[in-house]
Design a protein around this ligand. Sequence first.
Ligand SMILES: Nc1nc2c(ncn2[C@@H]2O[C@H](COP(=O)(O)OP(=O)(O)O)[C@@H](O)[C@H]2O)c(=O)[nH]1
Ligand SMILES: [Mg+2]
Length: 420
Amino acid sequence: MKILTFSGTTPAEALKKAQLEVGEDAMLIETREIQKKSLGKSALYEIVVGVEEGVLKVTPKPREPLTQQRPLAQKSNDVLYNISEAAKQISKIAAVTDEERSPQSVPLNVQNDDLKKIKNEIEKLGDKVKLIQNMFWDEKAPKNSVTIPPEFAEIYRLARTSGMKQEHLDEIMQLTLEHMPAKMRENSETVKRYFQTLLRKMIPVRIESVPKAGSKKVVMLVGPTGVGKTTSIAKLAARYSYFLDKKYKVGLVVLDTYRIGAVEQLMQYARMMKLGIETVVDPPEFSNALNALRYSDYILIDTMGSSPYDKGKIEKIYECLRSNETDYSVDVVLVLPSSIKFEDLMATYENFAPLGIDTMMFTKLDETRGFGNIFSLVYETKVPISYFSIGQEVPEDLVVSSSDFLIDCLLNGFHKGENL
Ligand SMILES: Nc1nc2c(ncn2[C@@H]2O[C@H](COP(=O)(O)OP(=O)(O)O)[C@@H](O)[C@H]2O)c(=O)[nH]1
Ligand SMILES: [Mg+2]
């Protein structure tokens, strides 16, 4: 297929040129606004058409300069649309005859309105094609759930492939369909923006706060083995003691109630950052450890890994919390890997829930593609997110939670250093 580009001061004018040159068999691939109309300058539109070799009506003119004719890269899978159909539709919307298409004979305000209508119509056609493409992706999806209007198809597919629970997705779709202002339903871009705003509002987030003068924050990280608790403690310790407006004093506690001696990793971080560290083997020692670190603004407590189904180990942590005789309340953060599916996240959450989870931290975002599992867990449990861990590097791979960040990852993917 040969790809040709035509330009004109209106899309209709460019189309007319294309028709004259290549006849009715060409496919319209893309319409672009190259230059906006401004004082002393008319607008410039460019359309890209594809013609099967040998179908050209007349021999093409010698190549136009590069600025006028930009061959497209391999785009043949893109939306192809019969040019004469497009031309008819555009003329119908614009309500102009062939003779009237010249921009000089149409008053300015009429031209602008018409252009807007044409643009809208082209976007709608694009959305319809997107719907069809998305239906190929999963034929059954729209039948099983709410009926998806064309302009919602793309966002529906994105959310669905993210690992979000189907029930949540349907609920949100329904809400969007009911409440979205008609003006915003114009095309998939405005729908995406609305959907993004709605999702953001559904994510509870714990805003990071610093200890008030004279008080302290005591934070305990719990969760399955290998999720990144110890690494995260090191990142948090570095953040609080070096990277906030004020340099806070940080002390560490490690619960080694199973005497597995896995405290060396945290000891090393403590030595590097010159932080006080206490080890607790028996739950009654817990209060002593907190008291020994009373000079700190932050006390961070690491717990030895408990497999999600090992109730015994979780009970040991519970005993420590129960034996706390100090005035400090302990903020329990459940650390979960973002790489497991919603059902597994939920099962792990339920195992740790008896500890009284205050916030959740999601790790290994760099090893994940979909983020709908996180969304669904937080949406269902209503437990706010406090931090994300986005890699192995201490201290930099830590992100203070924000709903913007999570939803951006969900809809656009995680790209280190680029998300909101
Ligand atoms: N890719 C990646 N690896 C991580 C992340 N957080 C921790 N890790 C790695 O996961 C492994 C287990 O971490 P660790 O902190 O010892 O887990 P713990 O058993 O929960 O204390 C280590 O190799 C860490 O470097 C993360 O956000 N992304
Ligand atoms: Mg550990």
